[in-house]
Design a protein around this ligand. Structure first.
Ligand code: UD1
Ligand code: CA
Length: 420
């Protein structure tokens, strides 16, 4: 991409329609704040400089931003034009293309931005807008075209008349501008609309009337245009993101038996020939090796790592734990803060009692140990190599089980193995 490109990401809004105490851009899509996806876009499209405009609960948003990311606080949420104006302070001497991205638009793809910018530069335009044709345009700004079919303005839903409301071509919110023309246009924006806000979209009409070239590019995949304003749209975005995440994993060799009932967080790594059975939930920060079998009805929580050839079955929850190759936990149970060695077998109903009311304590189960059904392992505890626990035993805290020993009972005690 050409060198002289900078981006402004708008993320100051409260997100009234979310009915939330949390800034809208921090709401999660597939276990990641939606703003994260927009930050990725800037990187993927190789845009070197960018500034994020923060406002509502800006400390929370800033805490999420990478340290090197510049942000500017919009003190009063006066509208998208005002937000861009705040960011422009950082670009006073910049000559080139400014891309404006909305933080509530996480499904956009970098190729689309690249296409938009390329068109903008080729056309020598003052502004170029990404539009989309959608069946239910309610809520979006509608594209107005003059008699030559050229873009001449954008009308917001709240300001649109009945005729305009029927227009199906919408403003995705993604635009690029010549920096100087943007700055000049913004100065002329007035808040004379239903929301009494300074609309960035008015800059289009201002530039058009000044005789400048304003261009449009249509998004090929309308789903990319989804702007998230409500929880319903959040759920829709999540569904699309799940599809993208899962399709990528499938391309990389993972079998997902029923994508619709499976939830896989963004960033999950899964090796080839692993099979994910229905109703599996994989939370963030989970790694799964090759040739594993997961689910059905399995919940893998943050900090879990399954090595190769691990089998975890139904109704089991695994949290902050590492299972080494060949480990099996095929039936209901809970494994938390645990480290399992190679080929450990976890019987049905096993529970690591990791929480004593104050602290989370670790459980270590060494290679080839066999945990009998319905065992409770009260942490901190170590079960030695090749050791066994009898069905229903309660191994109390600190009473480590020696290598190869067998323990049974409540509380569990070492017994001599019967000769068979
Ligand atoms: C906006 C567009 C609309 C477009 C739609 C696409 C305007 C006026 N309208 O409407 O044409 O179809 O997006 O999704 O631009 N923000 C700030 N500061 C503010 C106000 C908003 O930073 O003072 C940020 C928000 O955090 C959000 C983005 O700007 O990320 C868009 O604001 P939002 O209120 O969601 O605009 P829409 O009503 O969706
Ligand atoms: Ca929006």
């Amino acid at each position: 991409m050409a060198k002289q490109i900078a981006a402004i990401i708008l993320a100051a809004g409260k997100g009234e329609r979310m009915k939330s105490e949390m800034p809208k851009v921090m709401h999660q899509v597939s276990s990641r704040p939606m703003l994260g996806y927009v930050l990725d876009l800037v990187k993927q499209a190789k845009i070197r400089q960018h500034v994020v405009v923060v406002g509502f609960k800006y400390q929370d948003v800033r805490a999420f931003l990478p340290k090197a990311t510049k942000s500017v606080v919009q003190k009063k949420l006066l509208g998208t034009a005002d937000a861009v104006k705040q960011a422009l302070q950082y670009f006073r001497s910049f000559k080139g293309t400014m891309v404006v991205l909305y933080g509530d638009n996480p499904l956009l793809k970098p190729e689309t931005i690249e296409k938009l910018v390329a068109h903008h530069v080729d056309a020598g335009a003052a502004a170029t807008l990404l539009t989309a044709e959608i069946d239910k345009p309610a809520g979006y700004g509608r594209i107005l075209r003059d008699r030559y079919n050229s873009l001449c303005g954008i009308v917001e839903e709240k300001d649109a008349d009945d005729f305009q409301k029927r227009i199906k071509e919408i403003n995705t919110g993604i635009m690029c501008f010549d920096r100087q023309k943007l700055a000049a246009g913004i100065k002329q924006v007035r808040p004379n609309n239903a929301k009494k806000e300074y609309y960035l979209t008015d800059v289009i009409d201002i530039l058009y009337r000044a005789g400048e070239i304003v261009e449009t590019v249509k998004a090929e995949d309308v789903r990319e245009a989804l702007g998230i304003n409500s929880r319903v749209e959040l759920a829709a975005a999540n569904k699309i993101m799940q599809q993208r995440i899962q399709e990528q994993l499938m391309k990389d060799g993972v079998t997902i038996v029923d994508p619709d009932s499976t939830f896989i967080s963004w960033g999950t790594k899964i090796g080839p020939d692993t099979v994910i059975y229905p109703f599996t939930v994989i939370e963030k920060n989970v790694t799964i090796g090759s040739r594993c079998s997961v689910g059905p009805f399995c919940r893998l929580r943050p900090g879990t790592c399954l090595a190769d050839n691990v089998a975890v079955g139904n109704f089991i929850e695994i949290s902050r734990s590492r299972l080494s190759s060949g480990a099996r936990a095929k039936h209901f149970g809970f494994i938390g803060d645990a480290t399992l060695g190679h080929s450990v077998n976890i019987g049905a109903g096993t529970v690591t009692a990791n929480y004593d009311g104050k602290n989370k304590n670790p459980t270590v189960i060494r290679d080839n140990a066999f945990i009998g059904s319905d065992t409770v392992l009260v942490a901190p505890i170590i079960v030695g190599r090749g050791a066994r626990t009898g069905a229903g035993s309660v191994v109390t805290r600190g009473r480590n089980v020696p290598d190869k020993a067998t323990v049974v009972g409540v509380p569990a005690k070492v017994v001599q193995p019967k000769k068979r």
